[in-house]
Design a protein around this ligand. Structure first.
Ligand SMILES: C[S@@+](CC[C@H](N)C(=O)[O-])C[C@H]1O[C@@H](n2cnc3c(N)ncnc32)[C@H](O)[C@@H]1O
Length: 302
């Protein structure tokens, strides 16, 4: 009985070895299909499979090394991540706004994927950095940097004039920490900026966290007005500690943005696996090494 079973098994393995590769080789050649964009897709230019992949709630950020100009700015996001967002939430030629454009990452991303970008920046130095980076990479007349206080600039833009908003708002007080904070000390040693600015209109310099959130709300009310109805806004933030208190910034800002006219549709965790670890708190208390950001995904109410 056992012998019969063994013979059947060996015969089958032999049959599979002889026949399977031919079938397997044939499949991709004869059944190759071109990716098709769903005709009902009014959001982006992705195939349904590409769409599905981007809805995974964890992304691993793998930014290339920052260029010298970008490295001057103390809190940038990676163009590679922003291109993914722009390509998911707009079609080619779509209009994108970043109300806090900093070193111009959103505009560089727009240029890379043929979208029309507008960025607002308070500090002349960073506005110039954004312009210089654009000039340096590939001059693109479709990208615009508007210099000034976002609370004054946004009211000058027309209603429903953008297809997508993507931004990383200032961090309250986080860039004002003492220089013994390890990351700050490292930047200082390299001669890099550790603050956005000392400007009083810089929202990150506002005295209280409540006041800071209130001012952000007024900015997001304007974002809702200039964004087309039912279109999306992504806000990239990180939680933080200030004077040993932990601030769940992503939760607080989500509430503020919902009160400004948006609905929270989801959160994608942006894992930053390549950051250095520091021995915070050891051996006395738990202090997190924050190695992720939140991409908060909102939709403009109708
Ligand atoms: C987190 S950074 C944005 C960095 C940007 N995502 C990048 O990759 O370079 C926030 C920016 O908001 C700017 N900012 C702060 N207050 C502002 C205001 N009232 N109006 C316009 N920009 C402001 C800061 O100067 C800073 O460059």
């Amino acid at each position: 009985m056992l012998q019969t079973l063994l013979v059947i098994l060996v015969t089958n393995i032999h049959y599979w070895r002889v026949n399977a590769p031919a079938v397997a080789l044939e499949m991709p050649i004869t059944k190759k299909t071109e990716p098709i964009i769903d005709q009902k897709n009014s959001l982006n230019d992705l195939t349904n499979t590409q769409w599905m992949i981007e809805t995974k709630s964890v992304w691993f950020s793998k930014p290339p090394q920052r260029d010298k100009l970008k490295a001057q700015h103390p809190a940038t996001f990676a163009e590679t991540d922003i291109v993914r967002l722009i390509e998911f939430f707009t079609k080619r030629g779509g209009k994108v706004l970043d109300p806090f454009v900093g070193s111009g990452s959103t505009l560089i991303a727009c240029s890379q994927c043929s979208r029309i970008g507008t960025g607002v920046e308070l500090i002349q130095r960073w506005a110039d950095t954004a312009r210089n980076r654009l000039e340096h990479k590939k001059p693109d007349p479709l990208q615009t940097v508007l210099e000034g206080d976002v609370r004054k600039v946004l009211p000058t833009l027309s209603d429903s004039s953008f297809d997508f908003v993507v931004t990383s708002p200032p961090y309250w007080m986080i860039l004002r920490k003492d220089n013994d904070h390890k990351v700050k000390a490292e930047r200082k040693a390299k001669g890099l900026e550790t603050r956005y600015s000392d400007e009083k209109n810089d929202l990150g310099n506002l005295g209280s966290y409540e006041e800071f959130l209130k001012e952000l709300k007024s900015v997001f009310i304007q974002c809702s007005r200039v964004l087309k109805k039912k279109k999306y806004m992504c806000v990239v933030v990180s939680d933080f500690r200030h004077k040993s208190k932990f601030y769940a910034y992503h939760a607080d800002i989500s509430q503020v943005i919902e009160a400004a006219g948006f609905t929270l549709e989801g959160i994608t965790i942006l894992a930053q696996d390549s950051k250095a670890l520091y021995p915070y708190g050891i051996p006395y208390a738990f202090v997190s090494n924050i190695h992720h950001q939140y991409i908060l995904i909102f939709r403009n109410k109708a």
